[in-house]
Design a protein around this ligand. Sequence first.
Ligand SMILES: *Cc1c(COP(=O)(O)O)cnc(C)c1O
Length: 587
Amino acid sequence: MSGKAKNHQTPLNPSKQGAPLWARYRTEMHKSFPSPFKGANDSLADGINQAIRELDHLKPEKIGGPAFLGKNSALTIDFENVKDSALSQKMNTSGNVIKQMIKLFEGLPNWGHPLTMCNVVPQGNTAAVVAAILCEIFAPNILEGEYAWNIHQAELESGGILANLAGWESKKAGCVYTYGGSGCWTYHLKYALARVLPDSRNKGVRTDAKVICSQQAHYTMLNSTDWMGLGMDNIIRIKTDIDSNAMDMADLEEVLKDLTERKIPVASIVCTMATTDANAFDPVEEVRNLMDKYPNPDGYGKSLLYCDSVIGWSWIAFKNYDFKKNPLGFSDIVLPYLEKNYNAIKGIFYADAFGVDFHKTGFSPYISSTFVYKNAHEFESLLSRGVIAYLQPRSPYNPMDYTLEVSRAAGGSLAGWATLKFFGYEGFQSVLGGILENKVYLQNQIAKKTEMVCVNSYDYGLVTLLRVYPAGVDAIVQYDNELKNPEFRDSLIMNNQLTRDIGNKLFEWFRSGKKVNGNCTPYLSFSTGFRTAEYNRDSTDQEAVIYAIKMYPMNVYITPEIMDHVLECVIAARDNIMSMNNLPQIE
Ligand SMILES: *Cc1c(COP(=O)(O)O)cnc(C)c1O
């Protein structure tokens, strides 16, 4: 001990003269920790109140304001020097820290704003946001029953509700909330490896088992195969149909036949159930039939069928919809789209597991993804690591025995559960159907403008993809030529560039708070190749692809007037680009 250390004393009354500084600091901290007692001055209530009020100051006016928070939309981080940062000597107050924190929200996209249509990033519903916040305060941990107590009902009940929607026997099913759709992919792969290569749990992955998915599959397949140690080279991509983007069953059969002949096991087949841009759903039942026809060679477990349905899952809420009587009154155009989406997603019934992102088509905050499995007994026992001496089971439900994570915050599970409780069937049906009603409205408005064409009018997903041409061009004729006729390759490339310039201009306008006709401009995005030209099906020509402006009319504050304004902004951006570039006219 250093000679300067004081004799140990009980700091009973730190306010007393002579109380050591550390004890006075601790008393000061009472102002910055939530009170554990009723009615007391609660720094948490004050802090949240202060933060919500200050965030409210960052919100725009109802009419004419931008789709970001605050006044300064610039990226203000000093990237050169940001890491020259060190801990301060003195303690701060939570009030001061909250003030610094609010500054970081300046310029953040305002996901609930009607002009925000950039991606499948919906605003979280209030019940789910409150669920997430409450879990931060009392910190239930769903690693095991003891630390979450009754709150682990949220995970158990979510598993039941989602399994029910899939048509499974809910008592025998289950789910684990995890870190996103990528976490769900990783869980499926671990499940598959444990089943197909049982030795891999102790000895490591020593066999090149294959993971099969389509060309439309999400790139997170790389994360999962890489981190699980299977290796990215063990992914096999199956061709997709040029129109529907669905997995080609003939190609899948060829691959399975070949693997069977060579006695190579399949760990899993992944059906992609909707993607952000293409509304591609793979035919799960047909995949299941092929898997039954080509079982793994002797000595290996049965391969797993996983549905990556993290975007498409919520269409399952149309399960009980009477498409004939149409009780919610969807329009004649939208009604068959809803039915098609439902018929496509209901294939999850044939899977062993599927993924759900509540933060995408569930209108919940991050992160609230869940991996839902049909056979809880199998999944939980296959991955079990046995009893852990360190903690005592206080509930029959102790997922830490088989989860990837140890501590798991309950916020996602309570947010997902709250969302299921909030929407019910009709809420989900209305919020999703409403997106397609908005999309159809947009398409109709686009059809009235000669120089614009909607390039995905055949699909019934969430996004509207748009190309806009120089004034005077007949967009439908021009696009048809660009899509099909190699002689139009040069103008395709030129108009792709125009599309990208318009997309970038719109982003710049959104960020600078620019107004068109008195209202701010929308937050959109664009695709640099949502499909290939028809003469370039094998993608050998990198440039013969179709660029498009993307619009996701997701949120519940969007109105027809807003969508009209959005199209006017797209045209204004085109005119701005054309006047700057003097692009040559197209014959
Ligand atoms: C978004 C997405 C993922 C990745 O999910 P995260 O929640 O972002 O981790 C995986 N698959 C598909 C089809 C997706 O759309």
